[in-house]
Design a binder for this molecule. Structure first.
Ligand SMILES: [Fe+2]
Ligand SMILES: [Fe+2]
Length: 319
Protein backbone atom coordinates (compact mmCIF):
# COMPACT_ATOMS: atom_id res chain seq x y z
CA UNK A 1 0.00 0.00 0.00
CA UNK A 2 2.88 2.37 0.79
CA UNK A 3 4.55 1.54 -2.51
CA UNK A 4 1.41 2.75 -4.26
CA UNK A 5 0.94 6.14 -2.61
CA UNK A 6 2.15 8.10 -5.67
CA UNK A 7 -0.03 5.97 -7.91
CA UNK A 8 -3.05 6.71 -5.73
CA UNK A 9 -2.29 10.43 -5.72
CA UNK A 10 -2.34 10.34 -9.53
CA UNK A 11 -5.52 8.25 -9.47
CA UNK A 12 -7.36 10.88 -7.45
CA UNK A 13 -6.58 13.37 -10.24
CA UNK A 14 -7.28 10.93 -13.02
CA UNK A 15 -10.44 9.17 -11.85
CA UNK A 16 -12.23 11.55 -9.49
CA UNK A 17 -13.68 14.89 -10.51
CA UNK A 18 -13.14 18.29 -8.90
CA UNK A 19 -16.11 19.27 -6.74
CA UNK A 20 -16.35 22.67 -8.48
CA UNK A 21 -17.17 21.13 -11.84
CA UNK A 22 -18.80 17.84 -10.82
CA UNK A 23 -22.53 17.38 -11.37
CA UNK A 24 -24.81 17.76 -8.37
CA UNK A 25 -28.23 16.19 -7.70
CA UNK A 26 -29.87 19.61 -8.02
CA UNK A 27 -28.82 19.78 -11.70
CA UNK A 28 -31.43 17.12 -12.49
CA UNK A 29 -34.27 18.01 -10.16
CA UNK A 30 -37.10 20.55 -10.12
CA UNK A 31 -35.82 23.87 -8.81
CA UNK A 32 -37.56 24.61 -5.53
CA UNK A 33 -36.31 28.20 -5.56
CA UNK A 34 -38.27 28.87 -8.71
CA UNK A 35 -41.90 28.55 -7.58
CA UNK A 36 -43.37 29.22 -11.03
CA UNK A 37 -41.56 26.28 -12.56
CA UNK A 38 -41.30 24.00 -9.53
CA UNK A 39 -44.86 22.69 -9.41
CA UNK A 40 -45.08 22.30 -13.18
CA UNK A 41 -41.85 20.30 -13.18
CA UNK A 42 -43.07 18.07 -10.36
CA UNK A 43 -46.27 17.37 -12.25
CA UNK A 44 -44.25 16.42 -15.32
CA UNK A 45 -41.96 14.24 -13.24
CA UNK A 46 -44.94 12.45 -11.67
CA UNK A 47 -46.68 11.97 -14.99
CA UNK A 48 -43.60 10.30 -16.47
CA UNK A 49 -43.03 8.17 -13.36
CA UNK A 50 -46.56 6.77 -13.67
CA UNK A 51 -45.39 4.73 -16.66
CA UNK A 52 -42.71 2.82 -14.75
CA UNK A 53 -43.46 -0.86 -14.25
CA UNK A 54 -43.71 -2.37 -10.77
CA UNK A 55 -40.58 -4.51 -11.17
CA UNK A 56 -38.43 -1.66 -12.43
CA UNK A 57 -39.62 0.56 -9.62
CA UNK A 58 -38.74 -2.07 -6.99
CA UNK A 59 -35.29 -2.55 -8.51
CA UNK A 60 -34.79 1.20 -8.52
CA UNK A 61 -35.81 1.47 -4.86
CA UNK A 62 -33.45 -1.41 -3.94
CA UNK A 63 -30.62 0.22 -5.89
CA UNK A 64 -31.28 3.50 -4.12
CA UNK A 65 -31.20 1.85 -0.69
CA UNK A 66 -27.92 0.19 -1.66
CA UNK A 67 -26.51 3.62 -2.52
CA UNK A 68 -27.91 5.13 0.68
CA UNK A 69 -25.98 2.60 2.80
CA UNK A 70 -22.81 4.50 1.87
CA UNK A 71 -21.80 5.09 5.52
CA UNK A 72 -21.19 1.33 5.78
CA UNK A 73 -18.95 1.33 2.73
CA UNK A 74 -16.89 4.30 3.81
CA UNK A 75 -16.23 2.87 7.25
CA UNK A 76 -15.36 -0.50 5.71
CA UNK A 77 -12.80 0.99 3.27
CA UNK A 78 -11.34 3.12 6.07
CA UNK A 79 -10.64 -0.03 8.09
CA UNK A 80 -8.42 -1.65 5.45
CA UNK A 81 -4.82 -2.52 6.21
CA UNK A 82 -2.58 0.22 4.85
CA UNK A 83 -5.32 2.80 5.28
CA UNK A 84 -6.62 2.74 8.84
CA UNK A 85 -3.20 3.27 10.45
CA UNK A 86 -2.27 6.22 8.21
CA UNK A 87 -2.58 9.98 8.74
CA UNK A 88 -5.65 11.80 7.45
CA UNK A 89 -3.56 13.36 4.67
CA UNK A 90 -2.39 9.97 3.36
CA UNK A 91 -3.37 9.58 -0.34
CA UNK A 92 -5.36 6.41 0.37
CA UNK A 93 -7.42 8.29 2.95
CA UNK A 94 -7.89 11.14 0.50
CA UNK A 95 -9.05 8.62 -2.09
CA UNK A 96 -11.62 7.08 0.27
CA UNK A 97 -13.04 10.45 1.28
CA UNK A 98 -13.29 11.83 -2.25
CA UNK A 99 -14.77 8.60 -3.59
CA UNK A 100 -17.33 8.76 -0.78
CA UNK A 101 -18.17 12.36 -1.62
CA UNK A 102 -18.85 11.39 -5.25
CA UNK A 103 -20.89 8.36 -4.28
CA UNK A 104 -22.93 10.42 -1.83
CA UNK A 105 -24.60 12.19 -4.76
CA UNK A 106 -26.06 8.91 -6.06
CA UNK A 107 -28.25 8.18 -3.06
CA UNK A 108 -29.12 11.87 -2.75
CA UNK A 109 -30.33 12.19 -6.31
CA UNK A 110 -32.26 8.91 -6.46
CA UNK A 111 -33.81 9.47 -3.05
CA UNK A 112 -35.13 12.89 -4.08
CA UNK A 113 -36.40 11.56 -7.37
CA UNK A 114 -38.28 8.74 -5.60
CA UNK A 115 -39.78 11.17 -3.11
CA UNK A 116 -41.02 13.49 -5.84
CA UNK A 117 -42.27 10.63 -8.05
CA UNK A 118 -45.22 9.91 -5.76
CA UNK A 119 -44.92 6.19 -6.53
CA UNK A 120 -43.09 5.08 -3.38
CA UNK A 121 -44.01 4.64 0.25
CA UNK A 122 -41.08 6.73 1.43
CA UNK A 123 -41.45 5.79 5.08
CA UNK A 124 -40.99 2.10 4.25
CA UNK A 125 -38.08 2.97 1.98
CA UNK A 126 -36.49 5.00 4.77
CA UNK A 127 -36.94 2.19 7.27
CA UNK A 128 -35.31 -0.31 4.91
CA UNK A 129 -32.41 2.11 4.49
CA UNK A 130 -32.02 2.50 8.22
CA UNK A 131 -32.16 -1.28 8.67
CA UNK A 132 -29.50 -1.86 6.02
CA UNK A 133 -27.11 0.63 7.59
CA UNK A 134 -27.79 -0.73 11.07
CA UNK A 135 -27.41 -4.38 9.98
CA UNK A 136 -24.13 -3.63 8.20
CA UNK A 137 -22.71 -6.04 5.69
CA UNK A 138 -20.31 -8.94 5.69
CA UNK A 139 -18.52 -9.58 2.44
CA UNK A 140 -15.88 -11.84 4.02
CA UNK A 141 -12.95 -9.87 2.68
CA UNK A 142 -11.51 -8.90 6.07
CA UNK A 143 -9.13 -5.93 6.05
CA UNK A 144 -7.12 -7.24 3.12
CA UNK A 145 -6.75 -4.55 0.41
CA UNK A 146 -6.30 -7.14 -2.36
CA UNK A 147 -9.62 -8.83 -1.66
CA UNK A 148 -11.38 -5.55 -1.07
CA UNK A 149 -10.20 -3.87 -4.28
CA UNK A 150 -11.13 -6.96 -6.25
CA UNK A 151 -14.51 -6.60 -4.59
CA UNK A 152 -14.87 -2.89 -5.40
CA UNK A 153 -13.79 -3.54 -9.03
CA UNK A 154 -16.52 -6.13 -9.30
CA UNK A 155 -19.09 -4.05 -7.48
CA UNK A 156 -18.56 -0.83 -9.42
CA UNK A 157 -18.98 -2.78 -12.67
CA UNK A 158 -22.16 -4.38 -11.32
CA UNK A 159 -23.64 -1.02 -10.34
CA UNK A 160 -22.62 0.43 -13.70
CA UNK A 161 -24.62 -2.30 -15.41
CA UNK A 162 -27.70 -2.04 -13.21
CA UNK A 163 -27.97 1.77 -13.35
CA UNK A 164 -27.36 1.69 -17.11
CA UNK A 165 -30.10 -0.89 -17.64
CA UNK A 166 -32.57 1.07 -15.50
CA UNK A 167 -31.73 4.10 -17.67
CA UNK A 168 -32.57 2.15 -20.82
CA UNK A 169 -35.81 0.71 -19.45
CA UNK A 170 -36.90 4.07 -18.00
CA UNK A 171 -36.50 5.58 -21.44
CA UNK A 172 -38.56 2.80 -23.03
CA UNK A 173 -41.25 3.36 -20.41
CA UNK A 174 -41.39 7.09 -21.10
CA UNK A 175 -39.42 8.54 -18.17
CA UNK A 176 -36.60 10.46 -19.81
CA UNK A 177 -35.62 12.29 -16.62
CA UNK A 178 -35.07 9.03 -14.73
CA UNK A 179 -33.18 7.73 -17.72
CA UNK A 180 -30.86 10.73 -17.59
CA UNK A 181 -30.40 10.37 -13.82
CA UNK A 182 -29.46 6.71 -14.04
CA UNK A 183 -27.25 7.39 -17.05
CA UNK A 184 -25.16 9.95 -15.23
CA UNK A 185 -24.84 7.74 -12.15
CA UNK A 186 -23.82 4.75 -14.21
CA UNK A 187 -21.08 6.82 -15.86
CA UNK A 188 -19.69 7.60 -12.38
CA UNK A 189 -19.68 3.90 -11.54
CA UNK A 190 -17.68 3.12 -14.68
CA UNK A 191 -15.10 5.76 -13.76
CA UNK A 192 -14.83 4.23 -10.29
CA UNK A 193 -14.60 0.70 -11.73
CA UNK A 194 -11.69 1.80 -13.92
CA UNK A 195 -9.92 3.20 -10.88
CA UNK A 196 -10.29 0.09 -8.72
CA UNK A 197 -9.33 -2.15 -11.64
CA UNK A 198 -6.19 -0.05 -12.09
CA UNK A 199 -5.32 -0.48 -8.40
CA UNK A 200 -5.43 -4.26 -8.81
CA UNK A 201 -3.51 -4.06 -12.07
CA UNK A 202 -0.78 -2.18 -10.23
CA UNK A 203 -0.79 -4.73 -7.40
CA UNK A 204 -0.25 -7.43 -10.04
CA UNK A 205 3.09 -5.77 -10.80
CA UNK A 206 4.24 -6.20 -7.21
CA UNK A 207 2.64 -9.38 -6.05
CA UNK A 208 0.89 -11.46 -8.76
CA UNK A 209 0.74 -14.73 -6.85
CA UNK A 210 -0.93 -13.34 -3.76
CA UNK A 211 -3.45 -11.31 -5.71
CA UNK A 212 -4.38 -14.40 -7.75
CA UNK A 213 -4.85 -16.48 -4.62
CA UNK A 214 -7.02 -13.69 -3.17
CA UNK A 215 -9.08 -13.50 -6.38
CA UNK A 216 -9.67 -17.25 -6.43
CA UNK A 217 -10.69 -17.22 -2.79
CA UNK A 218 -13.21 -14.43 -3.46
CA UNK A 219 -14.75 -16.25 -6.38
CA UNK A 220 -15.01 -19.54 -4.52
CA UNK A 221 -16.90 -17.77 -1.75
CA UNK A 222 -18.88 -15.85 -4.44
CA UNK A 223 -19.14 -12.08 -4.49
CA UNK A 224 -21.74 -11.15 -1.92
CA UNK A 225 -23.62 -8.00 -2.86
CA UNK A 226 -23.62 -5.05 -0.45
CA UNK A 227 -27.41 -5.14 -0.05
CA UNK A 228 -27.36 -8.78 0.98
CA UNK A 229 -28.89 -7.93 4.36
CA UNK A 230 -31.81 -6.02 2.82
CA UNK A 231 -35.12 -6.28 4.66
CA UNK A 232 -38.37 -4.46 5.25
CA UNK A 233 -40.53 -4.00 8.34
CA UNK A 234 -41.41 -7.22 10.13
CA UNK A 235 -38.64 -9.25 8.48
CA UNK A 236 -35.43 -10.87 9.66
CA UNK A 237 -32.09 -9.59 8.36
CA UNK A 238 -31.75 -10.32 4.64
CA UNK A 239 -35.40 -11.34 4.22
CA UNK A 240 -35.97 -9.11 1.22
CA UNK A 241 -32.78 -9.90 -0.67
CA UNK A 242 -34.17 -12.81 -2.70
CA UNK A 243 -37.23 -10.82 -3.80
CA UNK A 244 -35.05 -7.90 -4.85
CA UNK A 245 -32.68 -10.07 -6.92
CA UNK A 246 -35.67 -11.88 -8.46
CA UNK A 247 -37.02 -8.55 -9.68
CA UNK A 248 -33.57 -7.56 -10.99
CA UNK A 249 -33.26 -10.88 -12.82
CA UNK A 250 -36.81 -10.67 -14.22
CA UNK A 251 -36.37 -7.16 -15.59
CA UNK A 252 -32.89 -7.99 -16.89
CA UNK A 253 -31.41 -5.14 -14.84
CA UNK A 254 -28.81 -7.42 -13.27
CA UNK A 255 -28.66 -11.13 -13.94
CA UNK A 256 -26.54 -14.22 -13.32
CA UNK A 257 -25.19 -13.79 -16.85
CA UNK A 258 -23.96 -10.31 -15.89
CA UNK A 259 -22.13 -11.81 -12.91
CA UNK A 260 -20.30 -14.23 -15.23
CA UNK A 261 -19.55 -11.49 -17.76
CA UNK A 262 -18.11 -9.17 -15.13
CA UNK A 263 -15.75 -11.93 -14.09
CA UNK A 264 -14.83 -12.47 -17.73
CA UNK A 265 -14.05 -8.75 -18.11
CA UNK A 266 -11.86 -8.75 -14.99
CA UNK A 267 -9.95 -11.82 -16.16
CA UNK A 268 -9.20 -10.09 -19.44
CA UNK A 269 -8.59 -6.61 -17.94
CA UNK A 270 -5.92 -8.06 -15.63
CA UNK A 271 -4.58 -10.24 -18.44
CA UNK A 272 -4.65 -13.40 -16.37
CA UNK A 273 -4.01 -15.63 -19.34
CA UNK A 274 -0.80 -13.78 -20.14
CA UNK A 275 0.67 -14.11 -16.64
CA UNK A 276 3.85 -16.15 -16.46
CA UNK A 277 6.58 -16.72 -13.84
CA UNK A 278 4.09 -17.60 -11.17
CA UNK A 279 4.60 -19.94 -8.26
CA UNK A 280 2.58 -23.12 -7.93
CA UNK A 281 -0.25 -21.55 -5.92
CA UNK A 282 -0.46 -18.62 -8.32
CA UNK A 283 -0.66 -20.91 -11.34
CA UNK A 284 -3.37 -22.98 -9.74
CA UNK A 285 -5.45 -19.89 -9.01
CA UNK A 286 -4.90 -18.44 -12.49
CA UNK A 287 -6.00 -21.71 -14.13
CA UNK A 288 -9.11 -21.85 -11.97
CA UNK A 289 -10.01 -18.22 -12.72
CA UNK A 290 -9.56 -18.27 -16.50
CA UNK A 291 -11.94 -21.22 -16.79
CA UNK A 292 -14.53 -19.90 -14.37
CA UNK A 293 -16.40 -17.37 -16.56
CA UNK A 294 -17.36 -20.02 -19.13
CA UNK A 295 -18.46 -22.41 -16.40
CA UNK A 296 -20.62 -19.73 -14.79
CA UNK A 297 -22.07 -18.68 -18.13
CA UNK A 298 -23.16 -22.22 -18.86
CA UNK A 299 -24.86 -22.51 -15.47
CA UNK A 300 -26.54 -19.11 -15.77
CA UNK A 301 -27.91 -19.85 -19.23
CA UNK A 302 -29.77 -22.82 -17.80
CA UNK A 303 -31.36 -20.75 -15.04
CA UNK A 304 -35.09 -20.04 -15.31
CA UNK A 305 -36.45 -16.59 -14.65
CA UNK A 306 -38.03 -16.28 -11.20
CA UNK A 307 -41.81 -15.85 -11.34
CA UNK A 308 -42.73 -15.19 -7.71
CA UNK A 309 -44.12 -11.67 -7.83
CA UNK A 310 -43.67 -10.33 -4.36
CA UNK A 311 -45.50 -7.27 -3.09
CA UNK A 312 -42.96 -4.88 -1.63
CA UNK A 313 -44.02 -2.61 1.24
CA UNK A 314 -42.01 0.12 -0.53
CA UNK A 315 -44.61 0.26 -3.25
CA UNK A 316 -47.69 -1.59 -2.12
CA UNK A 317 -50.23 -3.41 -4.20
CA UNK A 318 -49.18 -4.68 -7.62
CA UNK A 319 -51.35 -3.55 -10.45
FE1 LIG B 1 -22.96 4.59 -6.53
FE1 LIG C 1 -19.83 3.24 -7.17
Amino acid sequence: MRAMTDFVTESVQKFLKPIETNWQPTDFLPDSQNPDEFYIQIKELQAAAKGLSYDVLTVLVGDTITEEALPSYESWLSRLEGIHEEAETNPWKVWVRLWTAEENRHGDLLNKYLYLSGRVNMREFERSTQYLIADGFNIETGQDPYRNFIYTSFQELATNISHRRVATIAKQQGDSLLSKINGVISADEMRHAKAYMSFIKKIFEFDPNEVLVAFEDMMRKKIVMPAHFLRETGMDVGGLWGHFTDAAQRTGVYTAIDYANILKDLVSEWNLEGLTDLNEAGEKSRDYLVKLPMRLLKISERMVNPVNEYEFKWIGVRN
